[in-house]
Design a protein around this ligand. Sequence first.
Ligand code: GLP
Length: 239
Amino acid sequence: MEIRVFRTDAEIGKTAADIICGCVREKPSCVLGLATGASPLPTYREMIAEYEAGRVSFKDVRTFNLDEYCDLPRDHKNSYYSFMVENLFSKTDIDMANVGFLDGNAPEKEESERYAAAIKAAGGIDIQILGIGRNGHIAFNEPSDEFTDEAWKVKLSDSTIEANSIYFDDIPMPRYAMTMGIGSIMRAGKIILIATGASKAQAVKDMIKGEVTPHCPASVLQRHADALILLDEAAAALL
Ligand code: GLP
């Protein structure tokens, strides 16, 4: 793991976006694994700025998002699909035909197989962006007794429901989600994990300094050959 600590979110976003845009310039049809949540937003803003300045085009890029809620229509304002349309897809030239997304309303086994086959057919993920949950989850892989492999349907933990409920003002937050598994994440060529704020400090410490255990799913990144961890000072406070 390479760990870098920054003063501001904007610097983190610039660093991550520079790496991503560099990859896209070198390989215009590269495959990006994308995350939702607050952590990657400065990165997406920088990617949009690079696109608007004419310094990068995403038209041939293929993307796969990490996760999606179950029991929520894809076009609901709180779906992760809507999040990505609003915060990245609609503001760049990403071709929606090249966008891969888990369907949280499809049968689990078939959907898992479909997603695994689609990622494989695209040649695998070149760069995977990740955030981290307060309990050390990555994507929606909650702490558990074993590391998962391909996409699966997860019952969300109380900690995750508490953290994400603030976004749901019209309906109760879904209790289940479809998520890429730990194996699918670990097969990415490069991983960039972004964590900011004091609420992530313990999870960041467990991820970097703790033992590798599915009880802190992010700790598995210690075993990845090219994992870059971008932190602000608050998230790095316990290191
Ligand atoms: C959610 C997402 C994760 C994300 C995490 C942290 O549960 N499924 O992919 O990393 O929250 O979100 P945030 O970046 O908003 O703190």
